[in-house]
Structure formats: C-alpha cells, structure tokens
Design a protein around this ligand. Structure first.
Ligand SMILES: Cc1cc2nc3c(=O)[nH]c(=O)nc-3n(C[C@H](O)[C@H](O)[C@H](O)COP(=O)(O)OP(=O)(O)OC[C@H]3O[C@@H](n4cnc5c(N)ncnc54)[C@H](O)[C@@H]3O)c2cc1C
Length: 302
C-alpha cells in the first residue's frame, strides 16, 4: 500500500517519522519472504498516538513490525502499511533489580546490558533475535526462560482506546508463545525485575545457551526460528524428524537438515512455497500422530 494522502505526507516530517516507500519484506524479515509496502519509522514513540489516529482518519490499515524474525508474510503489494519503532538509541537503564527498556531495543543487547549490571535470569533468551517489543508480544522463551516471568510493567499504546497505558505484569497473561495483549496494542517500553547474579556466572550461562543453539539450529540460513509450537507434552521437531522430513522441500522452502522444526528459505522461496510446506508437514503429522500442530510463526496472509 502506498501512502499518497497529502495530509499524511505533510504531517510525517513534523512527527519525526521517516517514510520509506515501497519497502520489501524480503529485506525486513529473517525468512526473506514477503511483498512490498510503505514503512513508517517512528523515532520517538511519543508520536505513536498521533500517527495511528491520522492513519485511522485517512482509512489506512497498518501492522506493526519488530525485528521481523517471527513473520511469514504474503507476496505482492501488501494491503496495509508497516509501522516500526526506530529510536536511534533505545533507552536501557537499571535501578536496583529493575531494568527499564524501550521496546525498540534489541533483545540480545538487553540481556547483555542487564548481565553487565549483574542482573541475570534471562540467559536462555540470548540468541533469540528480534526486539524487546516482539519478545513481549510473543512471550519469547528458550531453555526454561520466558520473558513474561520477569515483566513487572509494560507501557503500551492501546489503539482501541486511543491512549497509552501502563499495564502491571499481573494484568497480562503470558503463556507459551502467547500473550493476552490486544491485537491493536503496541508495546513501547517494559520494566523487568531480575535476580542479582555475578556477571561471570551469567556469562557462563550465556555461553552454554549459545553452544546449544549453535549445535542444533541452522543459524546461517534464513528462517523464523521454530515454525510450529510444541503440542502439550510433545515436540514438533521430534515428530517431523521421526517422519523423515528433514530436507523435505517445496521449491526453495525446505525443512532444515539440522533442526526439523526450522523451515529455511534456501534461495528465493515464495510465500506460497513456504506455506505449502507448512501445510504439507502439518498434514503428515496429523495423519501419523493425530496431533494438530499450531503455527508459532505469525502468518500475515491477508
Ligand atoms: C534463528 C532464530 C531463532 C529463534 N529462536 C527463538 C527461541 O528460542 N525462542 C523464541 O521464543 N523465539 C525464537 N525465534 C523467533 C523470534 O525471534 C521471536 O519470536 C522474537 O521475539 C520476535 O521478535 P521480533 O521483534 O522479531 O518480532 P516480529 O517478528 O517483528 O513480530 C512478531 C509479532 O510481534 C508483533 N510485535 C513486534 N513488536 C511489537 C511491539 N513493539 N508492539 C506490539 N507488537 C509487536 C508483530 O506485530 C508480530 O505480530 C527465533 C527466530 C530465529 C530467526
């Protein structure tokens, strides 16, 4: 979708918003798949309410992009514009056992920043790519850690109410790769409570998690991490592997040879190819195990 309304085009510079016309999701997602649309980069999140209001008044639908590491997006001209937080230097600060972090911050940088301040508990999240905002929306987790366990407050712009609110951790449900945020909520910043731990000890935990990841995941290939959630008590990767589907492909979309729940784009995979592979594998698992695999990757097919 292209923004051509003069009212919006003239307001964007005043709000400090950069307009990148015709941006490709091939470049904006870790899977390297998706069509084109206009991207609006928000330098100061204080301007979020005005921007969303303006888009609403002019009838322009929008979606929100974090780091693009958990997205599978359809091809062609997309029927919505993309918003992305892009503070040049996202705020990260520590006060006692609390860390205050902007949602635009890189998740890995946040983990190491906290570690350097002797705050641990998030070692498992090292190596999860993307932003703090994306991690909050997805309740990102690995190796027994999930970000939601540490959340004490989230500053969120609630599009439905048209205002920014601070939610307490207890008001938000953080489940396995699922949260109770409303679809129109945009996370702006978070306050985390973390246990004190010596830096050296945290570093050791980080090294162990990094090694595990390097040994089991196709980190040099284009992917969105795990495609499916694990079913209760089971492992999607193990089931796909047991069916001999590592290396199974549709065009340039392929089940990783290294980790059966990672689907990789080996060249120029289209949305149709990747989604056909997802559907095919899901069907084979259903037939063999009677289990209905649910996508962990967010699919933007409309
Ligand atoms: C190699 C690799 C390994 C991975 N390993 C893991 C892992 O171990 N554990 C795990 O949980 N995930 C993993 N992932 C998936 C992914 O990194 C996480 O889900 C990550 O938290 C997504 O963050 P993002 O900023 O990239 O979000 P995006 O992919 O940009 O967006 C994901 C969703 O969050 C929404 N969103 C993003 N930012 C905001 C915001 N500020 N406010 C509101 N909504 C927002 C988007 O609209 C979208 O619905 C992996 C991915 C890759 C490529």
């Amino acid at each position: 979708m292209r923004i051509s309304e003069p009212k919006i085009l003239s307001a964007l510079p005043e709000l400090g918003i950069e307009h990148r016309a015709g941006s490709s999701l091939v470049d904006l997602t870790s899977l390297g798949i998706g069509g084109t649309t206009d991207l609006l980069l928000i330098r100061q999140h204080e301007h979020m309410p005005e921007l969303v209001q303006l888009l609403k008044q002019e009838g322009i639908p929008h979606r929100f992009l974090g780091g693009g590491t958990n997205l599978l997006v359809k091809d062609g001209e997309l029927p919505w514009v993309l918003l992305q937080l892009a503070q040049p230097v996202p705020d990260m600060r520590v006060e006692g056992n609390f860390a205050h972090v902007d949602a635009a911050a890189d998740l890995g940088r946040m983990v190491t920043f906290c570690a350097k301040n002797d705050l641990g508990g998030m070692e498992g999240l090292i190596g999860v790519p993307g932003t703090v905002g994306g991690a909050l929306r997805m309740n990102a987790g690995a190796y027994g850690t999930q970000i939601g366990s540490h959340v004490r407050e989230v500053e969120v712009y609630r599009a439905a109410a048209g205002r920014t609110e601070t939610l307490r951790g207890g008001e938000i449900n953080f489940e396995y790769r699922h949260t109770s945020f409303a679809p129109g909520d945009i996370m702006l910043a978070v306050k985390l409570e973390l246990p004190s731990k010596p830096y050296r000890e945290i570093l050791q935990g980080i090294r162990i998690c990094n090694e595990k990841r390097r040994a089991s995941q196709p980190l040099n290939q284009k992917s969105a991490g795990c495609i499916f959630k694990n079913p209760p008590g089971g492992s999607a990767g193990r089931m796909i592997d047991e069916l001999g589907l590592k290396g199974h492909s549709v065009g340039d979309a392929r089940v990783s040879d290294r980790h059966a729940n990672f689907f990789v784009n080996t060249g120029h995979a289209s949305f149709a190819e990747m989604y056909a592979l997802v559907s095919d594998v899901r069907e084979r698992v259903r037939r063999a195990y009677g289990a209905e695999l649910e996508e962990e990757v967010i699919v933007w097919n409309a």
